[in-house]
Design a protein around this ligand. Structure first.
Ligand SMILES: C[S@@+](CC[C@H](N)C(=O)[O-])C[C@H]1O[C@@H](n2cnc3c(N)ncnc32)[C@H](O)[C@@H]1O
Length: 206
């Protein structure tokens, strides 16, 4: 929890209380349905919650912004972002019902009213959003192919509407076709932890 407050001291008491409950909730649900590698569950707050919140270091989603989290699994990055941006709406999407159950149960326990959870492949969704966020789901080319139809152009945020994903390793080749529309931030410029070396936030405008 300290690792989060250090970088986000402006969190309200409600947000702090919601974040503080995550550890117990994910330990409980992860023991039944594997959404986080069991050997990584003790690193939940840094490796999963803080990592998700790297997106909040590049964009301050304006009130009313609608965001889809594709391949949310147990709720990353969608759940930490929904806590951080209570006046925005998040749709958490995953094709595996067992995983969306965990995201749904965690959202319910935290009384997060700004979350919908949908069990579906993203390709089958017809709705529109301002942004699609994602972590550890597919190469950018696939994420764009699956979701570009769901992102409407323009927007009211400090970044144009588009895809924002958390990526690691060598992403040069993957980003090549999108260089004209892409911006990349190093997460270890935001958070001092060796876990974030070679990890990036990528924004691609539609
Ligand atoms: C490695 S997990 C990552 C889960 C979560 N984003 C995280 O970082 O903890 C990838 C997830 O993407 C989901 N997924 C892959 N392709 C998808 C698609 N086309 N539509 C919806 N979900 C998809 C899988 O079911 C899986 O739960």
């Amino acid at each position: 929890m300290e690792s989060i407050l250090q970088y986000f001291p402006e969190l309200t008491s409600v947000q702090r209380a919601q974040l503080a409950k995550l550890e117990e909730l994910y330990k409980h649900w992860n023991a039944q349905i594997n959404v986080i590698s069991r050997k990584d569950i003790d690193n939940l707050m840094t490796h999963h919650v803080l990592h998700s919140l790297a997106i909040a270091k590049v964009i301050n989603f304006a009130k009313g912004t609608r965001i889809m989290d594709i391949g949310t699994g147990g709720g990353f990055p969608g759940i930490p972002l929904a806590i951080f941006f209570p006046s925005c709406h998040f749709t958490l999407v995953d094709s595996i019902a067992k995983k969306t159950k965990v995201a749904m149960e965690v959202a319910k326990a935290l009384e997060l009213s700004n979350i919908d959870v949908v069990t579906s492949r993203a390709e089958n969704l017809k709705e529109e959003w301002d942004f699609v966020v994602s972590r550890a789901v597919a190469p950018v080319s696939k994420l764009m192919a699956w979701t570009q139809k769901n992102i409407h152009e323009g927007g009211i945020n400090n970044l144009p509407n588009g895809l924002i994903c958390l990526k690691g390793g060598d992403i040069k080749e993957e980003l090549k076709p999108y260089n004209k529309w892409a911006t990349k931030w190093k997460i270890d410029d935001f958070f001092e932890d060796e876990y974030f070396a070679e990890k990036y936030v990528i924004h691609i405008a539609v």
